[in-house]
Design a protein. Structure first.
Length: 217
């Protein structure tokens, strides 16, 4: 199977499996999505969704969040891990949104990436899911699956993102990134599939005899 054939098969199979692509992080607007994605770094979406109701009851907009004490924020988000860094980032980015953007999350990739605690992947999620701008956020799981499926030889998420954007039509990017996540969690987990177990791995590489060794992001 050529790489273009693999990409076409994967695209259509994921469309069949996941016709609906709800964002797994609970949110109500771009700001709450931004905070939730920031909290999801090295933390499960389930844990984030357990924490954010209390956080957003305290403050669900930049102005109110900017007025909170860092320790108060930290006490709520502690179960998510990395709470000292995340609490400072949430407060400071809220202050910047008030000071520089009129209290509104900007629909601009560069502006988002300049916010504390907001890297390229987080900014990409916000651009795609909050504003509908085509983006292809790549985390370590997508990076691993793209290697298993022979879609990239990238040694990091930057290279993998570039390869995936070249392979798939832009109009599918926003949904496809979520579909890959859903499939990975259900069928192609780090421990549950080594490149020879799940349906997509077996279809793309029916004669693969050894586990696929992946480059870490």
């Amino acid at each position: 199977m050529l790489i273009a054939e693999r990409a076409d098969y994967i695209l259509h199979r994921l469309q069949e499996l996941y016709p609906e692509t709800p964002v797994p992080l609970d949110h109500s607007d771009p700001f709450t999505l931004l905070v939730a994605v920031l909290l999801s770094a090295q933390c499960t979406d389930e844990r984030v969704n357990q924490v954010t109701p209390a956080l957003f009851a305290l403050a669900d907009n930049p102005a109110d969040m900017a007025s909170q004490d860092v320790e108060k924020i930290r006490s709520i988000i502690k179960p998510c891990g990395l709470s000292p860094q995340k609490s400072r980032a949430i407060k400071r980015l809220s202050e910047i949104l008030v000071e520089e953007h009129g209290g509104v999350v900007p629909a601009d990739m560069d502006a988002l990436e300049r916010l504390p605690g907001v890297g390229h992947k987080t900014a990409s999620v916000v651009m795609s899911q909050a504003f509908g701008v085509p983006a292809f956020p790549v985390d370590t799981h997508i990076h691993r699956l793209a290697q298993r499926w022979g879609l990239t030889r990238g040694r990091n998420v930057v290279q993998t993102e570039r390869d995936l954007k070249r392979l798939f039509p832009e109009e599918y990017w926003n949904r496809l990134h979520l579909q890959i996540i859903f499939y990975g969690r259900q069928y192609c987990t780090a421990r549950g599939c080594d490149g020879r177990v799940c349906e997509i791995c077996r279809t793309c590489y029916p004669h693969r005899k050894h586990p696929k060794k992946c480059h870490k992001a």
